[in-house]
Design a protein around this ligand. Structure first.
Ligand SMILES: *Cc1c(COP(=O)(O)O)cnc(C)c1O
Length: 395
């Protein structure tokens, strides 16, 4: 087996080539090693491998697999981390990172504006004796007040779901590191294209690969990126024994997704900016939230941190839930669903779907109003999407 390295080359070259393993057949496309087990030449070899296995020596697909290894190597190169562990979903990655890192008695500080399932994982940590403090992620004073010597980790989404608040990663990381805390970033909305979180102080970066990495809404997957020490010494033992491993078939889908991710995400973000500008001032909307617009509260930070407003827009329909539902039902091209980062544009009503579980008070705190819609901009023609939205809002 030969392994291709594109280390030191530009991200788009890495995204196509890095980590490719070729068998003795020299196949061009990455092979799907759809096998749970591996054959040993001898009993002694089996014994040796269970004692210590090298990077290309596999035991069982729950521990690792050649196709998954290609995906892990490639995303680690793109992210700029030493290693990565691929998981069955984004939530397996969040769960794996946080549960392998924390012990009872530890203290975690998290931004309040989080994906519902991420909040669930933090509640679960609290149930097992981890103290979790919540802050407004955009307010550095609150981070400063909550982080204390001995805090184990901070956790936040670099761009929050669905309110699109942008968190100053470097500033939070500096506060965390001064207290000896690890910085865990859920970088899904920012994507590896727009922000290499480790360059801004993150120690551990988690992705739901289900979103922009797949890019076609086909498969669930996740990945944890970090130091070799953390990935192989801490995260892998937890994940391999608790069953969070990715399917080799899904790793293959994600490998192919990575090859086109840069082109897709840049095109989607460009359309998102065009659409956000076109919707600004529309009489049917009370707010257009897009980090790429100058009126976004963290616009300057977003430009510094991502160089783009990203692929997501939040809009607030004037007239609340009824008006929002009526607009949703008039859309033709944009689909009502709850994924994001897909080639197909998708619109979500967070208050009644992804964030339904939150209390009214929590929803209000996070800006999840009855009229709020989250739009994931796809690869369709931007003008067709604008026409679809304006038509739906005009009624
Ligand atoms: C979707 C999402 C997740 C969970 O990912 P799954 O692949 O659905 O398990 C976690 N964090 C954020 C920000 C997400 O958007």
């Amino acid at each position: 087996m030969s392994v291709t390295s594109a280390k030191g080359l530009h991200p788009r070259t890495q995204a196509v080539h890095h980590g490719t393993r070729r068998s003795q057949y020299g196949e061009m496309a990455e092979a799907i090693f759809l096998t749970q087990g591996f054959v040993y030449d001898s009993a002694a070899q089996a014994e040796a491998r269970f004692v210590e296995s090298g990077p290309d020596e596999f035991i069982y697909a729950r521990y690792g697999n050649p196709t998954s290894r290609m995906f892990e190597d490639r995303i680690a190169a793109l992210e700029g981390t030493e290693d990565a562990f691929a998981t069955a979903s984004g939530m397996a990655a969040v769960n794996g990172a946080m549960f392998s890192l924390c012990s009872p008695g530890d203290h975690v500080v998290a931004a309040r504006a989080l994906f519902g399932s991420c909040l669930y994982v933090l509640d679960l940590l609290a149930k097992f004796g981890v103290e979790v403090s919540y802050v407004d992620g955009t307010d550095l004073d609150q981070w400063k007040a909550a982080i204390r010597p001995g805090t184990k980790a901070v956790f936040f989404e670099s761009v929050s779901n669905p309110g699109l608040e942008v968190i100053d990663m470097q500033a939070v990381a500096d506060l965390a590191h001064a207290a000896g805390a690890q910085v865990v970033v859920d970088n899904v909305f920012a994507t590896p294209v727009f922000s290499r979180a480790v360059d801004m102080g993150a120690d551990i970066v988690v992705y739901s690969a289900t979103k922009h990495i797949d890019g076609g809404g086909r498969a669930l997957a996740g990945v944890i990126c970090g130091t070799r020490d953390f990935i192989r010494g801490t995260a892998e033992p937890y994940l391999k024994h608790t069953g969070g491993a990715i399917s080799p078939f899904h790793s293959w889908i994600m490998l192919n997704g990575l090859a086109t991710m840069d082109l897709r995400v840049r095109a989607q973000a460009q359309s998102a900016e065009t659409i956000a500008r076109a919707l600004q001032g529309h009489a049917g909307l009370s707010r257009v939230i897009y980090p790429g617009l100058a009126d976004h509260p963290q616009h300057d930070l977003a430009m510094r941190q991502m160089g783009s407003g990203g692929t997501m827009i939040a809009i607030e329909v004037a007239g609340g839930k009824d008006a929002a539902f009526a607009a949703l039902d008039r859309l033709n091209i944009i689909k009502i669903s709850n994924n994001l980062g897909d080639a197909k544009s998708i619109v979500t009503h967070p208050a009644t779907t992804t964030h339904q579980r939150l209390s009214d008070e929590n929803k209000a705190q996070l800006g999840i109003t009855p009229g709020l819609l989250r739009l994931s901009v796809g690869l369709e023609d931007a003008q067709d999407l604008i026409d679809d939205l304006v038509n739906a809002l005009n009624g």
